[in-house]
Structures are given as structure tokens and as C-alpha cells.
Design a protein around this ligand. Structure first.
Ligand code: COA
Length: 326
């Protein structure tokens, strides 16, 4: 038994921010951004929120799956940009879509979050605990971006993607998921803390700053290009599959050059690596479900297609999972 995807959904803010507009904020050029990252524009929340986008994507996925909200057993949201720490985003989505029976919690694994959440949901289904699970990646990264840092503000965008997983009597695949906390400083988003009266310093207040994504871009680039091909080879080997068995590799959409380098290292053709960061930028845990939804909408996927999902990011965390399209 495993979980199969019965529905997908997506939601992005209506405000589009073109590369050109960033030239007014930081010393950069639209052409540089396009050449070094493949990104041309991104969607930025004005009225939308992490919860509203997640709920909209979830409603669309439920509709396709032909399930009522009360039939959902669990809502798992991956986000690193929640509106509130408590209640968690998943509980707020539950409230919005009226999935009254669901158990809800968030999962925090940065840009690997969707893969980690997908694998977690499959494990609940394979253990026979739940039948129908909503897995959502939703991010409002514009809230946690330092808009004066040209090394990061050019990269990120907002959006959400959702899938409905339903239990099916077919064998699942073993995932390959990893973490290396010792290298965590390469990509951080520190949380605000109040001082406590027992001697703990308040980092935000003492430095007069709030916290944003900070990144050693080159270190992350190298980490992704080294670790993802290895993780893909491992997941294939573990499941006794070969590259010829895979129709598409659905990678986290961070940088076109990262995706191209992974394809090259694997010796696989570029057409097997669909990309959409040109339109959305890096949307962290939303990028994989957004791309999956887009591939479905473009009729790129047919029943029986095998796909590798691959995420990488802060933690450091990275991982791959294989799915068979419904
Ligand atoms: N506009 C114009 N110039 C820029 C720039 C920008 N936005 N950002 C950096 N530069 C400059 C640098 O200052 C440097 O100038 P110098 O040679 O005079 O010192 C030059 O461009 C090259 O910088 P470098 O850092 O080597 O660029 P890069 O090719 O590595 O590209 C990133 C920078 C951030 C685009 C790239 O490292 C990257 O995408 N890394 C992965 C980040 C990522 O995906 N993070 C999320 C993972 S989940």
C-alpha cells in the first residue's frame, strides 16, 4: 500500500515583480539575474498570505481528487514563512477549507520541505494510519527577504502548491532523505526572540535588526550540484530502477544552472528536467508542487509515468522520492 496523487492545485499572488523592477532596489541588472539564475519574474504577495495561498491550492487539489474536505484525514504543510508560529499553518488551512476531521501540523525543512512532507504522508498511509492526506508547500518569502541584499532578494518568490494523496493497493518506493546540521550556517532564517530574565540576550533587539534569509550562495550552489545527483542515483539503486525508467526529474526550482548541472552529472537529457523558475523564482517548499501542477495542466504526465522529486536547502537538508503518476 502507498499514497498516490489524486489531485493537484496551485496558487500564486497576482502581483508580478519583473527583474527590471529590482534594478530600482539593489545594484543589479535584469540581464544578470536572468543569466545567472534563469529567473525573469516572480509573484509577490500583496493581499495573499501563506494561509490563503495554501487554502486555495488545497481546494483545487481536493476538487480534482473528488473528495470532500471532511474526508481528509491529515493536513501537512511545509513552510518556512508561516504567518504565525502558533496556530500552525496546517490548522489555519483546516479552518479555511473546513476539513473538520483532519489532524494538522507543519513541517519545517526549508526548500526540501515538500519532499519531506510527501515522504512523511506516504509513511502514514503505508502504516495504515490514514487514507487521504493533503500535502501542501506554501511560502510568503517576500516577508522574510532582505530587500537590500542583492545576493538573495533577486531569487525568491511567493506561492503555494498542494497534492492530495490517497491510499492505493500498490507498492511504494523507498525515499532517500538526508540532513547535515553541521553545515546549517550556509543558509539561515533566524527567528526573533525576546530576552528572558535569566540572562539570555535578545539578538533582534541588541543588534537593532530583524531577521531575514542569509545565504552563502556559492556554498549552496556546490552543495546542490554535488548532493542531488548522488541522492538520485541512490534512490534509483534502492528501488532497483534505472534512469531509463524515469520520465521526469522534478527538482526544486532554485537556479536553472543548478538543474542543468544535475542533468549533466547524471548524463540525462535536459528535456527530462522541466523548469518554471523563470516565472516564479525560488518559492522554496512550494516549487515542486507548483511545477507538478503545471506539468499536469500542460498534459505532460500520463498514467504510469515514473517521476523523481528532489529537494535541497536549509538545514542543510536534501532528499529524493519516486512517484508513479496516477
Ligand atoms: N546582481 C549583479 N551582480 C551580482 C549580484 C546581483 N544580484 N549578486 C552577486 N553579484 C556579483 C558579485 O558581487 C560578484 O562580483 P565580483 O566578481 O565583482 O565579486 C559576481 O556577481 C559573481 O558573484 P557570485 O556570488 O560568484 O555569483 P554566482 O554566479 O554564484 O551567482 C547566486 C550568485 C546567488 C545566483 C548563485 O550563487 C546561486 O544561485 N546559488 C544558489 C543559491 C540558492 O539556490 N539558494 C537557495 C537554495 S534552496
Amino acid at each position: 500500500m502507498t499514497g498516490v496523487i489524486k489531485g493537484t492545485g496551485a496558487s500564486v499572488p497576482s502581483r508580478i515583480l519583473e527583474n527590471k523592477e529590482l534594478e530600482n532596489l539593489v545594484e543589479t541588472s535584469g540581464a544578470w539575474i536572468q543569466e545567472r539564475t534563469g529567473i525573469e519574474r516572480r509573484h509577490i504577495a500583496v493581499r495573499e498570505t501563506t494561509v490563503s495561498m495554501a487554502a486555495e491550492a488545497a481546494a483545487e487539489a481536493l476538487k480534482e481528487a473528488e473528495l470532500q474536505p471532511e474526508q481528509i484525514d491529515m493536513i501537512l504543510v511545509s513552510t518556512m514563512s508561516p504567518e504565525e508560529i502558533m496556530p500552525c499553518t496546517a490548522c489555519q488551512v483546516q479552518r479555511e477549507i473546513k476539513a473538520s476531521r483532519a489532524v494538522c501540523f507543519d513541517l519545517s525543512a526549508a526548500c526540501s520541505g515538500f519532499v519531506m512532507a510527501y515522504v512523511t504522508a506516504c509513511a502514514y498511509i503505508e502504516a495504515g494510519i490514514f487514507q487521504n492526506i493533503l500535502v501542501i508547500g506554501s511560502e510568503c518569502l517576500s516577508d522574510v527577504t532582505d530587500w537590500s541584499d542583492r545576493g538573495t532578494c533577486i531569487l525568491f518568490g511567493d506561492g503555494a502548491g498542494a497534492v492530495v494523496l490517497t491510499a492505493a493497493e500498490e507498492p511504494g518506493y523507498l525515499p532517500s532523505i538526508y540532513s547535515d546540521g553541521s553545515k546549517g550556517e550556509a543558509l539561515t532564517l533566524k527567528s526573533r526572540q525576546n530576552h528572558n530574565p535569566f540572562g539570555k540576550e535578545a539578538p533582534g533587539e541588541s543588534q537593532g535588526t530583524s531577521y531575514y534569509i542569509e545565504m552563502d550562495g556559492q556554498a549552496i550552489f556546490k552543495f546542490a550540484v554535488r548532493s542531488i545527483p548522488q541522492a538520485i542515483e541512490e534512490v534509483l539503486q534502492k528501488n532497483h530502477l534505472h534512469k531509463g525508467d524515469i520520465q521526469y526529474y522534478v527538482l526544486h526550482q532554485a537556479n536553472e544552472r543548478i538543474v542543468e548541472a544535475v542533468a549533466k552529472r547524471l548524463g540525462e537529457p535536459a528535456y527530462k528536467f522541466p523548469m518554471n523558475m523563470k516565472e516564479y523564482g525560488n518559492t522554496s517548499s512550494a516549487s515542486i508542487p507548483l511545477l507538478l501542477h503545471e506539468m499536469k495542466e500542460k498534459n505532460m504526465l500520463k498514467s504510469g509515468d515514473r517521476l523523481v522529486l528532489a529537494g535541497f536547502g536549509g538545514g542543510l537538508t536534501w532528499g529524493t522520492a519516486i512517484i508513479t503518476w496516477k
